[in-house]
Design a binder for this molecule. Structure first.
Ligand code: PEP
Ligand code: MN
Length: 376
C-alpha cells in the first residue's frame, strides 16, 4: 500500500504511522523530489487499506493505492492497480561496531566481511580478527571491515562437526570486543533467534535455510540486520520472496547474498557451485536491497576465491563475505570448508588489488550505468 502525502503535513504522517502501528504494520517514508512524499506500508497492509476512505480525507493526502507487484516490501519499483508507479531508493543497511564506526552495505563502497567458516579455536578466531583489523588500518578501511564466523553449522552429513554453538558465539563476542569489528553468524533455529540477538550484530540465513519461513519471520521480528543467502536451487524470484518474509515483519535491514548455485558442472569437480554473477545486477534492479557476494562457497577451492572477489568488484557487489584461515598449518585441523579457506596473507593481497581496481573502474561504471538509466 502506498500513500502519497504533500510535503509539510507532518501531523498527517504521524497519524498514519499511528494507525499503521495499531494494525501491526510499519511506514517506510520515501522523500520525493517533487511536492509530495510517499509512504510505503511495510507488512500485511490489508487492515490499513480497509480504512482507505478515512485516510484519503486526511489533510495533505493526495492518493492512496494498493500495490500489485510481487515482493512489494522490497521491490525497487512498486506499481498500483491504477497504473501508478513509484521507484524507490536502494537501501543502506547499517551495522554499528563497538569501535564507533558504522559498517554500511548498499549505496556505499564495497564492504569486506571476513572470517572463518566455523569457529573452532580461540587462537584461530582471534588471529583472523586481528589480521582483519590490521588490513583495515593499513588501507584506511576499518569502517569497511567486519567479521564472520559460524557457531551453529548446517552440515550435509549428521556425523560432521556442527559447530561449537554458544561457546563459538562467545569466542566471536571476544573477537569483536578486542578488535572493535562487528560480526555476522548463522542462525538455523527460530527458537534461538531471541537469545542470539543478544550477541550477533547481524544474522546469517544460510542457503539451506533460505526458505525456512518460520526462521525468516523470526529474524524479521528481531529487527537485526539479516544476511540472506540465496537458496542453492532458488530462482531469483524465490530468493526475493524469501527476503519478503523478513521484510513483512517490518525489518528492511536485509542484505542479499549470492553464493553460487548448484549446476551439473559442479560434478566435474573444478568448482563446488557456479557463481551467478549476473544475478547481482538483476537483484539491484528488482529490489531495494544491497547485494553481496560469497566467493568461497561459489568456489569450493581457495585457488578460485581471489578471482571471484575481483569479479564481484567488477559486478558492483555491495560487499563480499570470505572464508579465511590464519595459517596453513591449521588447514589439516579445520573441520569445515578447509579447502576453500583463503590464507589471511592472500586476503590482504586481494583486498589491496580490489581497492586499486575499485578506484580504476568506479568512474567508468558510473558513466555506463548512467547511460542505461537514461535509456529506460
Ligand atoms: C557458510 O557461510 O559457512 C555457509 C554454510 O554458507 P552457505 O549457507 O552459503 O552454504
Ligand atoms: Mn562455510
Amino acid at each position: 500500500m502506498i500513500i502519497e502525502v504533500r510535503k509539510g503535513h507532518e501531523q498527517t504522517v504521524e497519524h498514519i504511522k499511528e494507525l499503521a502501528r495499531e494494525v501491526g504494520v510499519f511506514v517506510d517514508i520515501i522523500h520525493g523530489r517533487g511536492i509530495s512524499d510517499t509512504l510505503h506500508i511495510i507488512g500485511d497492509a490489508r487492515p490499513l487499506f480497509a480504512r482507505q476512505d478515512y485516510i484519503l480525507e486526511l489533510p495533505g493526502v493526495v492518493n492512496c493505492w494498493r500495490i500489485t507487484c510481487d515482493y512489494k516490501n522490497i521491490a525497487r519499483v512498486v506499481e498500483g492497480g491504477n497504473g501508478n508507479v513509484v521507484e524507490r531508493e536502494r537501501r543502506t543497511v547499517c551495522i554499528p561496531g563497538p569501535d564507533g564506526y558504522v559498517r554500511k552495505v548498499g549505496n556505499a563502497p564495497h564492504l569486506f566481511i571476513v572470517g572463518p567458516c566455523t569457529v573452532q579455536t580461540r587462537e584461530q578466531v582471534l588471529s583472523i580478527a586481528r589480521a582483519a583489523r590490521k588490513i583495515g588500518e593499513e588501507f584506511g578501511i576499518v569502517d569497511r571491515i567486519m567479521l564472520r564466523g559460524g557457531a551453529y553449522k548446517p552440515r550435509t552429513r549428521p556425523t560432521d562437526f556442527r559447530g561449537l554453538g554458544m561457546d563459538g558465539i562467545k569466542l566471536m563476542d571476544e573477537a569483536r570486543e578486542e578488535t572493535g569489528l562487528p560480526y555476522v553468524s548463522e542462525v538455523m533455529d527460530h527458537n534461538l533467534v531471541e537469545e542470539l540477538a543478544q550477541h550477533v550484530d547481524m544474522f546469517q540465513i544460510g542457503t539451506r535455510h533460505a526458505q525456512d519461513f518460520d526462521l525468516l519471520e523470526a529474524v524479521g521480528r528481531s529487527g537485526k540486520p539479516v544476511l540472506l543467502k540465496r537458496g542453492f536451487g532458488n530462482e531469483a524470484a524465490e530468493w526475493f520472496s524469501a527476503a519478503e518474509y523478513v521484510a513483512n515483519q517490518g525489518n528492511l535491514n536485509i542484505v542479499l547474498c549470492e553464493r553460487g548455485v548448484k549446476t551439473l558442472f559442479a560434478k566435474e569437480g573444478y568448482c563446488r557451485n557456479t557463481p551467478d554473477f549476473n544475478v547481482i545486477r538483476y537483484a539491484r534492479e528488482k529490489t531495494i536491497l544491497p547485494v553481496i557476494f560469497d566467493p568461497s562457497h561459489a568456489a569450493g577451492s581457495d585457488r578460485i576465491v581471489c578471482d571471484n572477489l575481483l569479479a564481484a568488484m567488477a559486478f558492483q557487489a555491495d560487499g563480499s563475505i570470505t572464508e579465511t584461515i590464519h595459517e596453513e598449518a591449521f588447514r589439516k585441523h579445520q573441520l569445515c570448508d578447509a579447502r576453500q579457506a583463503l590464507l589471511m596473507d592472500l586476503y590482504r593481497e586481494v583486498v589491496e588489488a580490489m581497492l586499486k581496481f575499485e578506484q580504476l573502474i568506479t568512474p567508468h561504471l558510473r558513466t555506463i550505468d548512467a547511460y542505461f538509466a537514461s535509456r529506460k
